[in-house]
Design a protein around this ligand. Structure first.
Ligand SMILES: Cc1cc2nc3c(=O)[nH]c(=O)nc-3n(C[C@H](O)[C@H](O)[C@H](O)COP(=O)(O)O)c2cc1C
Length: 224
């Protein structure tokens, strides 16, 4: 059992900082990695759809080959472990993923609930598709990865592991590269990445800077 860090989730988020320079000598503990993945796996998803999974990239030589797609962000290579959150294409969700979710989740006790959920998603999507340009099923699918990634990021902070979310990559080229090597199914796309490790000791000053955020008054509107 991991020793408990008693910080509240709000403070975990306040205290963490995105790292640009990782300590390349740090190795992430397997137990910590397991918890970080668990947090993502137990994240909620819209309609309970099982549209996402994680590719855990430990191999640094392989990460080196991905650098051009990440605009040469060195954090990709210098971090200890890199997580890629990948998802099903929108069209595949309607034809396959929802039925996979049904097979997984259905049991005699939840049968009714999930039957309703499935018809809900179909009618909801039919309605959304009438929005035309306003609804992109693949973007909807990718949006789910942000929830998974955030859960992993918070769990990592509680374990005193530094993180950086990465949206800065060429999604089309990275997806093609991974598909060509068989790491990604043809019906999948890359959603978001998360670097895990420890901040480079030379960069720790960056982690002591106060966070820049909107003031509470600018951020919150209360309708009583
Ligand atoms: C969705 C998302 C994508 C991001 N993409 C990148 C990225 O590609 N490279 C990077 O260095 N930081 C990236 N960041 C980190 C942000 O720059 C950082 O969260 C922001 O500046 C606030 O700083 P903080 O995370 O230290 O609070 C990303 C953050 C989020 C939430």
């Amino acid at each position: 059992m991991k020793s408990k860090d008693s910080r509240l989730v709000a403070d975990l988020l306040k205290d963490r900082h995105s790292v640009r320079k990782f300590d390349p000598t740090f190795n992430l503990d397997e137990d910590d990695l397991e918890l970080i993945i668990k947090a993502a796996r137990f994240s909620p998803s819209s309609f309970g759809i099982l549209n996402s999974r994680i590719i855990v990239i430990k191999n640094k030589t392989f990460r080196q080959s991905l650098l051009p797609y990440f605009y040469y962000q060195t954090a990709l290579v210098d971090c200890s472990v890199y997580l890629l959150f990948v998802v099903d294409h929108g069209d595949y969700i309607l034809s396959e993923s929802i039925f996979k979710a049904r097979k997984y989740i259905l049991d005699p006790e939840t049968l009714t609930k999930h039957e309703i959920d499935l018809s809900n998603i179909i009618s909801s999507w039919d309605e959304r598709l009438t929005w035309g340009e306003g609804f992109n099923p693949t973007q909807w699918s990718i949006a789910q990865t942000y929830i998974n990634m955030t859960a992993s990021m918070i769990q990592a902070e509680q374990l005193h592991i530094d993180t950086t979310p990465h949206e800065g990559f060429n999604q089309v080229q990275l997806t093609k590269f991974l598909q060509e090597r068989g790491y990604l199914h043809p019906h999948e796309v890359v959603g978001i990445g998360l670097a895990l490790g420890k901040v480079n000791p030379e960069q720790t000053h960056a982690n002591n800077q106060e966070k820049i955020r909107k003031s509470l008054a600018d951020y919150v509107l209360v309708i009583d």
